[in-house]
Design a protein around this ligand. Sequence first.
Ligand code: CMP
Length: 142
Amino acid sequence: MIKPDGVQRGLVSDSRPQSLEPLSIFCLKLISVDRSFAERHYSDLSAKPFFSGLVDYIISGPVVAMVWEGKNVVTTGRKIIGATNPAESAPGTIRGDFAIDIGRNVIHGSDSVESGRKEIALWFPEGPVAWSSSVHPWIYEN
Ligand code: CMP
């Protein structure tokens, strides 16, 4: 998910799997979510002190929800995205190149296949509809 700061700063096209990487976008949509949706998305973090600020921020503007596909998509995707804290994310990663601080880190990526499945079901209840005709055999990490 490209977060509100990524959308507002015009970083949508910079925040995609790069053409040299073995991942591609399966589907995407621009969407604004409400508080209860954001709380469900980040429910694992509900006990954290930054939870309410994180939810306020995610509902502050539209986001781009995406499903990426490719071999080992979760592991590879997280490498492309970079570490959560931009102070620790490497140059060449999306966060390393563009993120400002840990609370405004441009992009969220699923941290496991299981959370990827849950997040796809939450963000694409209508089903992730492929935006191109070249449907690949993998959506999840195998
Ligand atoms: P994300 O990948 O969306 O997963 C959870 C988010 O919580 C994370 O990126 C950060 O944006 C945010 N987050 C994690 N740690 C902190 C923190 N210490 N302070 C503020 N936000 C945080």
